[in-house]
Write a protein that binds this ligand. Structure first.
Ligand SMILES: [Zn+2]
Length: 463
């Protein structure tokens, strides 16, 4: 006996049709216009859309930053993900300088063990090449364990940033291993000068964080990262691309180098400096993250790039801090923990402002939130509704109206970046590997049921 999802509209990246979906154990058994239900437990999906569960490839759960730790651990973070319709996350393990990648991997696996509630994988952030480039040799072992993407920072000098020569060496090795390099593209050296100068002038409020990190600094680094990748043949994925100038660099590079990919995040599509941080209050510290919010005029170009394929993925960069944690930066914006909560609301916001407003189709929504992330990051068992794939299935109610509120959210922060917004379209039921884990919007699964996903090395889907 399996579980039969009947009478729904199956939406995939390729198209939409009335179809039933049969789940056998952890996997999808069959997708067909009509499947006989006599032997199965029936789930009626009348009026609902049946889609592959969301995949958020950019999260920071239980992450140390600036003397504190992000507010969601693997339990609260993955429950929030599931309730929002996301059934897999890729989080970032972070190498400490002077330590090995193996230590970083063990540290992050320990954080997730017994806590992760949906399936998860890890990118490895490289911050130090070690003696005689020992880290480069370790990359092969990482790929063998299924950690097939490496994050490099062009920002945060003296903390996380690696210089162009080191980045180039990592890219060479990644190319040889069919691994993917994920780049935080901002010119950190120039930005740090501007930050110091602003603070010296007494410009300490949260909104100066946004003004200290220009769109140009991101565009320059985006150009440089892709140029270096092209010189090595490495597949490159720009994380959290936030503005039109950086987009122009990406678009230009893609004309001659097809292994250049990028994501944007929910917040850059709907929030702006004008609306969220005009410079009036400390409360704007809620919106201090990096890259910062941009001017409103950047939003439509980002939406168009999602529709025309220039951008491949929408993730969240979920890195939550409470207002109490944010208060560490009172009087000095550079000490405000960088990051915002968003893992729970990605699909709601993208559906409401993307699909409902006609900017993207439902099929493109599935591609951006699930199918492309699975393909690019080598999660071969996820991201599609096909026989043999994991039964990570989202039953989406396109009619449900829902008001986003910190008071009712699963994320551990005491605020929400979209507080009070009413959106239409919400996750109703969610299956993770064949198990109903969210019923009528409520988490009903067991803590710690999520599994580590070993990913294939496929050069961002190009190999
Ligand atoms: Zn991030």
């Amino acid at each position: 006996m399996g579980i039969l999802i009947q009478n729904g509209t199956v939406v995939t990246a390729e198209g939409s049709r009335r179809a039933d979906v049969l789940i056998d154990g952890e996997r999808i058994e069959q997708v067909a216009p009509r499947i006989d239900g006599s032997e199965h437990r029936i789930v009626d999906a009348e009026g609902l859309l049946v889609m592959p569960g969301g995949i958020d490839v950019h999260t920071h759960l239980d992450m140390p930053f600036g003397g504190t730790v992000s507010a969601d651990d693997y339990r609260t973070g993955t429950i929030a993900a599931a309730v929002g319709g996301t059934t897999s996350v890729i989080d970032f393990a972070l190498q400490s300088r002077g330590h090995s990648l193996a230590e970083a991997l063990e540290t992050w696996l320990a954080k997730s063990r017994g806590k992760a509630c949906v399936d998860y994988s890890l990118h490895m952030a490289i911050t130090d090449l070690g003696a005689d480039g020992a880290t480069l040799d370790e990359m092969e072992a990482m790929v063998a364990t299924g950690v097939t993407s490496f994050k490099l920072f062009m920002a945060y000098p003296n903390v996380l940033m690696i210089d162009d020569g080191l980045m180039f060496r990592v890219m060479q090795r990644a190319a040889a291993l069919n691994a993917l390099c994920c780049i935080h593209a901002e010119n950190g050296s120039a930005i740090d000068v501007v930050v110091a100068q602003m603070l010296a002038e007494g410009k300490t409020a949260p909104h100066f964080h946004a003004h200290s990190r220009s769109a140009k600094a991101e565009a320059e680094a985006t150009h440089r990262a892709i140029a270096l990748a092209e010189m090595t043949g490495c597949a490159v994925y720009i994380v959290h691309l936030s503005n039109e100038e950086a987009l122009r660099e990406l678009k230009h590079a893609q004309r001659h180098y097809d292994r250049a990919l990028a994501e944007t995040c929910t917040q850059y599509l709907v929030l702006s400096i004008e609306d969220q941080m005009p410079g009036e209050s400390w409360d704007e510290s809620k919106f201090v993250f990096t890259p910062p919010l941009r001017e409103k005029k950047n939003q439509e170009p980002l939406w168009r790039a999602l529709d025309d394929g220039t951008l491949s993925v929408v993730s969240t960069d979920h890195c939550p801090f409470t207002t109490e944690q944010k208060a560490m930066g009172r009087g000095d914006f550079s000490k405000i923990p960088n990051g915002g909560p968003g893992i729970e609301n990605r699909l709601q916001v993208l559906w409401n402002f993307g699909v409902n407003s006609g900017r993207i189709s439902p099929e493109r929504f599935v591609e951006l939130t699930s199918t492309a992330p699975a393909r690019i990051f080598g999660m071969t068992q996820k991201g599609e509704l096909k026989p043999g794939k994991d039964a990570d299935i989202l039953l989406w109610d396109p009619k449900q109206r829902y008001t986003i509120q910190a008071a009712t959210q699963c994320m551990a922060t005491d605020y929400n970046m979209f507080e009070g917004w009413t959106v239409q379209g919400n996750a109703k039921h969610v299956f993770s590997r064949g198990e109903l884990v969210v019923e009528d919007g409520n988490w009903i699964g067991e803590t710690g049921r999520g599994r580590f996903i070993a990913r294939a090395a496929n050069a961002g889907g190009f190999a």
